[in-house]
Ligand binder design. Structure first.
Ligand code: 6GU
Length: 224
């Protein structure tokens, strides 16, 4: 998989996308994440990327030309499955969307900033608009990092233990059951006996029941 991310703040993305599991995925050539600085496509000697909005109003708007030039140059070399704009008015990200996107080959992610981006970028280039929740961030970068993380970890081979992505919360529509490691007894706080029993069918049954119990307690909406 190839992901190209367009941003005016590359520094906000470099850290989260180049550490730990996302770094290993790239080192293993399971995906490549390329961060593009929109300012390199800015206009004039000041490399301008934003301007005041027509009709008046507070806040700067990212201009269409730098995006058009960058996106068109990317499209010359690669066929993209989706061009995604991260925006609080997009559709809410969920596990189903991440699962579907993890099967794609090439994605462009567009991060807005300031007031947002010129509507014509959305009309002409964007194929999908995604929000990561009902709250407002200062820009799309952190949302793009969240989206990348949730997609890349699903690519086969990225997680060491293939089973572990499948047993995530949400993957089967349920929240995950509690997990424990050593010590079995921490100052009298004991691990549930069943987990030490070695009876794996019973353990599976316990985990399923716990998952159901926790889901109905914390997120009853998921059971509907
Ligand atoms: Cl994708 N962008 C911004 N700026 N704020 C958000 C968001 C995205 N998703 C939730 N809040």
């Amino acid at each position: 998989m190839r992901i190209d991310i367009i941003t005016v703040l590359p520094g906000l993305l470099e850290g989260p996308l180049n550490l730990s599991i996302l770094k290993r995925a790239q080192d293993k050539n399971l995906c490549s994440i390329n961060i593009h600085d929109l300012k390199e496509y800015g206009i004039g000697k000041h490399r301008q990327v934003d301007d005041y909005q027509f009709g008046g109003g507070a806040g700067m708007v990212l201009m269409i030309e730098p995006f058009a030039n960058l996106i068109n140059s990317l499209k010359e070399k690669t066929d993209y499955d989706e061009i995604i704009y991260l925006t609080p008015d997009g559709s809410l990200l969920d596990q189903g969307t991440s699962n579907a996107l993890s099967l794609k080959k090439n994605l462009i992610l567009i991060c807005g900033h300031y007031k947002g981006i010129d509507q014509r970028i959305r009309d002409l280039f964007v194929t999908k608009e995604i929000s990561i929740g009902d709250y407002v961030l200062t820009g799309g970068e952190l949302a793009a990092a969240v989206l990348c993380d949730s997609i890349v970890r699903l690519i086969p081979g990225v997680l060491g233990d293939e089973a572990s992505a499948l047993s995530d919360s949400f993957q089967d529509g349920l929240l995950a059951p509690p997990i424990y490691t050593r010590p079995a007894d921490f100052h009298g706080n004991k691990v549930p006996e069943i987990l030490l029993s070695g009876n794996f069918p019973k353990i599976e049954e316990w985990r399923t029941n716990k998952a159901l119990e926790i889901t109905s307690l914390k997120r009853p909406d998921l059971l509907k």
